[in-house]
Design a protein around this ligand. Sequence first.
Ligand code: ZN
Length: 153
Amino acid sequence: MKRDKVLSWDEYFMGLAHLSAMRSKDPSTQVGACIVNPYNRVVGIGYNDDEFPWEREGSTLETKYVYVVHAELNAILNSTTSLQGCTLYVSLFPCNECAKAIVQAGIKKIVYESDKYADTDIVKASKRILNAAGVSLCQIEQAIKVSVEKIKL
Ligand code: ZN
């Protein structure tokens, strides 16, 4: 008998984004992203990462902000093909810097989960950039939680 409660495509790709986020070493924010082409094939995946300090406060050179590569940009840079017309799934709404890369890459749709920084200038600028480029923005209806259990063989 066929299983009827399978994940939707949106749930599946957002789940992949969350799984990818589990690779992040950032102690405060783990973000994952997954890029999918119009045939529902994954063509890029990423998480926020670097090997530098993870501090949030202090002198600029000791904070994470100047070093980190965001999940969206990692997914774009790691992509295996042209991203024209693709959809980006991301667990947190992209910042303005990622928005520029998303537009330049030709990504046409963003499915996001959290928008917890909506009131910041960074996200306001990001939305202005994405709207001006005609990228459609779509918040997933339900948050996705992925858990990985390791079981002794
Ligand atoms: Zn970003």
